[in-house]
Ligand binder design. Sequence first.
Ligand code: SF4
Length: 119
Amino acid sequence: MSKIRVAIMVRVETTEKCIGKGCLRSFFAKSEAFARYAADEIELVGFLHNGGDLEHKIATLKSLGVDVVHLSTCMRGREPRYAEIAARLSKDFTVIGYTHGQAQGKLSPTIDLNKGELG
Ligand code: SF4
């Protein structure tokens, strides 16, 4: 069993009302987007939003050895920069483009990128 360090990035506007219950429930239950880790040990290293100094946050996640960043389902559904942020994160991390709910979004297809996949 390998240990995978995970961070969850949610949409800044959503954090004005949402406490992250759906993201955290699926993480700790290893369900929905986190079902892929059934055979792995996973550690939640960070729970952050996409506002503020993104590069500073990325540097911190790198220093903490994060392997995978999950973009939240509300990022997939409502964030205009979803694809752009996923591409940036994929330079340093594997990116999974949702956290809970349907594996494919109604409005945006789910983006999954391996680290370095875009060059
Ligand atoms: S994906 Fe759901 S639970 Fe997670 S921050 Fe967005 S609205 Fe909240």
